[in-house]
Design a protein around this ligand. Structure first.
Ligand code: ZN
Length: 115
């Protein structure tokens, strides 16, 4: 069951990382929150994706092209969640070495990708 939160300062969207104060609505589930904007992105993905997905090969060129923008938006939203987590870890002075280890990459690779 989802709970709704309105402008609670300490909460953030788990998908885009925006704080509750910067979105009009934030809904919470177990250990995660989603803002109204990310719900909108999800709805667009659902609208653009056929309900009976049987593979990209079964989609028309138009369907694939229509789905590109929303797929990119979902990738960007996910990327911003990752960056927000990294930013929080860095704010807590967690080393690039530890972040790299958690991601399975070198300290240098983690630093180059997220700093
Ligand atoms: Zn969001």
């Amino acid at each position: 069951m989802l709970a709704r939160f309105s402008r609670t300062k300490s909460l953030r969207c788990s998908f885009c990382g925006k704080p509750a104060a910067r979105v009009s609505q934030l809904m919470g589930g177990p250990k995660s929150y989603i803002c109204n904007e990310c719900v909108g992105v999800c709805n667009k993905i659902l609208e653009a994706t056929p309900c009976t997905f049987t593979g990209w090969g079964d989609m028309s060129e138009t369907q694939l092209l229509d789905a590109l923008k929303v797929s990119e938006a979902s990738v960007e939203a996910t990327r911003s969640v990752l960056q927000a987590q990294i930013d929080e870890l860095r704010a807590r002075r967690v080393s690039w070495q530890k972040i790299g280890e958690a991601l399975g990459v070198s300290r240098q690779a983690a630093w180059e990708r997220f700093s």
